[in-house]
Design a protein around this ligand. Structure first.
Ligand code: GLV
Ligand code: MN
Ligand code: MN
Length: 416
């Protein structure tokens, strides 16, 4: 006879329906989502998630960063909870699954335990971390970073979006500033299910990524100061062209990342010209360089090289250059015991699997600072993410949530 929970499967249809319901909130322009942090759409997504958690009998706590913690009680009042989650906020042109699968997959795991009346020794807490994406307020993984003591809450409250609105003001405005002290909770363990956001699992024909590491990152915000001048009447020799310096720096970042292959990436996703008028040479250009590698020395070496060469480029053109790091984490090694739980769960359920290093940052990276943590990944079509066309299959989502459930149960311990 199978041991309790041995053959437990989640309800893939119910998980998929919830993903599709959530995707109706903050629809994008091309089939995905725009549910950026601390917008009205974020608030509406939180309300829907809370209503599902209420139905599942979970009790809610919200911390002062706006992270939602939804608890299913355990049988041992002294046992610390197993936390399971991800994020419901999206990029401005985000997909339906980045983050959402991890939150709703965790909820589906709890719903399945409820259906079968399975009790666990440790409580299970489903988490929706605030501002994972860092699209509206840099850096990414802001609330989990405050939770883990990496950032101060005052620093986080003062982060501003492009319109100058602060995190603290916007959190209060949408009514999701909780009263729990951020980081006061203690975790027994943390699991996060996520789409891969890269092409490896699909190409290898594997259902499950057993995530052993996450690569590290630097976000370097450059402010280049040139001289605003007429684009038609200012002779070439008299220009102090901050836009030209930016273009050369972009090319240089590409060279630095290519020279650091394999296992290194670099690029620029955001820039602002000021005054951003067709016939004015920009007085100021602000942009963020994003460089990543799983190798600490390589990562820090790339940062040093980018900063040195950017300073040389700016000096040659006569442009002022200042650099502020607005996001950073070192490469992360996930907890070997939890990683093994994921691998064993995939095997037990008959899902093909392979080890993966996460290319994207995740809340699990900060959770790993305060508890044993790991991640589970499922494939996404063509490796495409941070794009409204991001896509997964119901079967992939179901397999991921099933492995999540079994790994969590390994840690939360079924009570017979
Ligand atoms: C977070 O989503 C990242 O940029 O990796
Ligand atoms: Mn994500
Ligand atoms: Mn993302």
């Amino acid at each position: 006879m199978a041991a309790p929970g041995e053959n437990l499967r989640i309800d893939g249809d119910r998980l998929w329906d919830s993903l599709m319901e959530m995707a109706k909130i903050g629809p994008g322009v091309a089939g995905g989502n725009n549910r950026q942090t601390l917008t009205d759409e974020d608030a509406a997504g939180r309300d829907l998630f809370k209503s599902w958690c209420d139905e599942a009998g979970l009790s809610m706590g919200v911390d002062q960063m706006g992270t939602m913690f939804m608890t299913r009680e355990g049988t041992d009042p002294d046992a610390l909870p197993v936390y399971v989650g991800s994020h419901l906020d999206t990029q401005p042109t985000g997909g339906k699954y980045d983050g959402v699968l991890g939150v709703l997959g965790a909820l589906e795991a709890v719903r399945s335990l409820n259906d079968l009346d399975i009790k666990t020794k440790h409580p299970i807490v489903v988490v929706n971390w605030a501002n994972e994406e860092g699209a509206r307020f840099a850096p990414a993984m802001l609330a989990s970073g405050v939770f883990a003591g990496v950032h101060s809450q005052d620093y986080a409250y003062g982060r501003k979006d492009l319109e100058g609105k602060s995190y603290g003001e916007e959190l209060a405005r949408i009514g999701w500033k909780g009263d729990e002290e951020t980081g006061a909770r203690k975790m027994h363990a943390y699991y996060e299910l996520h789409i891969e956001q890269g092409p490896i699992l699909e190409a290898e024909g594997k259902d499950i990524g057993v995530v052993t590491h996450c690569q590290g990152l630097w976000w370097l915000e450059f402010t280049l100061t040139g001289r605003e001048a007429h684009t038609g009447s200012t002779p070439m020799a008299m220009r102090v062209n901050a836009g030209l310096a930016m273009a050369r720096i972009l090319e240089m970042v590409q060279e630095v990342a290519m020279a650091a292959q394999p296992n290194a990436v670099g690029g620029v996703g955001q820039m602002q010209f000021s005054p951003n008028s067709r016939n004015v040479l920009p007085g100021t250009v602000v942009f963020t360089v994003d460089i990543r590698s799983p190798d600490q020395d390589k990562l820090d070496g790339m940062r040093a090289e980018v900063e040195k060469r950017a300073a040389e480029i700016c000096e040659e053109i006569g442009v002022g250059c200042s650099v502020e790091p607005v996001g950073h984490f070192d490469p992360v090694t996930f907890d070997p015991e939890l990683v093994e739980n994921v691998r064993k769960s995939a095997e037990k359920l008959g899902h093909s699997h392979m080890n993966l290093i996460s290319g994207a940052g995740h809340d699990a990276c900060w959770a790993a600072k305060v508890a044993p943590a790991t991640m589970i990944m499922c494939p996404c079509v063509g490796g495409l993410s941070h794009n409204e066309a991001e896509d997964i299959s119901k079967e992939w989502a179901t397999a991921g949530a099933e492995v999540l459930l079994h790994a969590v149960l390994e840690t939360a311990e079924i009570v017979e």
